[in-house]
Design a protein around this ligand. Structure first.
Ligand code: SF4
Length: 331
């Protein structure tokens, strides 16, 4: 079964990303950071973007809220949220979309929080700005949110430095949920935390999903964490999506050679060989000059004749599975 891209088969689609392209215009040349990336997220779905550091997953995340840091530039594609292309909105229209329709939980909570304002004031600010709520009402909502994420309302007047790393991350989650957006993007939200706090934050996400019914795009290089949380996963390599599928199928039966190596590199979930883990040979390419053909070919143990000159298209190989590899046909 073949198709033109991993577009939705369901009618409860919240987000469709079509052929997204992002470059970083550097003094050394143009870095092809995100290339022809397409995926969709359904309502109340938890969707994962995984891959090694530098594969473009965070760039995709910040593209969705049009906040790619300079010298990054979105140069092509569509980002359809409830059918509306966010790339066509004015800056003012986009400002109204952030927090209200899509919000981001960033990687480093300490850097994202303003050290000179209390956490209550910082949560209340988004509520006051978007809903024109008076300050006392916004602060009351901030207290409720702090209770909800397990920090406790007594912390509403605390400054970020008075909280632990886990508490600060929970404050960021409270801020992301303040306006009850249908889509939340979590960019490596547990990376800086110890394993116990990581597990608590993952449980919190599960509880909040039941309570709010939001969708989430969860970004991480840690497949173990992702496997715990998401319904479907897209695997990225060198700025491109190489495989998309339901989490259990990605873990138990990965199709793309890169996904296979990535899964084997996680001993806890590698099929049949628990305790043994393998590393992925070589390193990701320099995206100033990506390799011709399949970007993974210099590291791929299964490369064959067309791989170093012909780029594989992403094709549908099953009802809910997509893969970009010549082993599955030439599109
Ligand atoms: Fe490997 Fe070729 Fe498939 Fe690329 S297209 S992953 S090089 S087999």
């Amino acid at each position: 079964m073949k198709g033109d891209g991993p577009f939705p088969a369901s009618n409860n689609v919240l987000l469709e990303v079509r052929n997204l392209r992002v470059i970083y215009d550097t003094t050394f040349g143009k870095v092809d950071a995100v290339s022809q990336v397409s995926f969709h997220v359904n309502e109340n779905e938890f969707f994962g973007l995984a891959g090694e550091s530098g594969c473009g997953k965070s760039t995709v995340a910040y593209s969705l809220v049009r906040e790619v840091p300079p010298p990054g530039k979105i140069v092509g594609g569509q980002i359809l949220l409830n059918g509306r292309d966010l790339l066509k909105l004015s800056n003012e229209e986009m400002r109204k979309v952030r927090w209200k329709e899509v919000s981001v939980i960033p990687q480093a909570a300490m850097n994202a929080l303003n050290p000179v304002y209390t956490v209550g004031d910082q949560i209340a600010e988004a509520i006051m700005e978007h809903e024109k709520a008076p300050k006392d009402e916004a602060l009351a909502r901030a207290e409720e949110l702090l209770d909800l994420v397990g920090v406790g309302r007594h912390r509403v007047r605390s400054y970020p430095h008075e909280l632990s790393g886990g508490q600060r991350q929970r404050v960021m989650i409270a801020m992301a949920l303040a306006l009850n957006p249908p889509l939340v993007i979590a960019d490596e939200p547990t990376t800086a935390l110890d394993v116990v706090v990581q597990a608590q934050i993952l449980n919190l996400f599960k509880e909040l999903r039941d309570k709010f019914g939001m969708s989430m795009i969860f970004i991480t290089h840690d497949l173990t964490t992702m496997f715990e949380l998401v319904d479907r996963i897209a695997i990225m390599y060198a700025g491109k999506i190489v495989e998309i599928g339901p989490t259990d199928k990605i873990v138990d039966d990965p199709l793309h050679p890169y996904t296979q190596l990535l899964v084997k590199a996680v001993p806890r979930i590698g099929k049949g060989e628990r305790g043994k883990f393998e590393y992925i040979p070589g390193s990701p390419p320099n995206l100033l000059e990506p390799p011709p053909g399949c970007r993974f070919h210099p590291r791929c143990p299964k490369r064959f004749e067309p791989c170093d000159r012909e780029e594989p298209r992403i094709i549908q190989v099953d009802r809910d599975r997509w893969v970009a590899c010549h082993l599955f046909g030439r599109g």
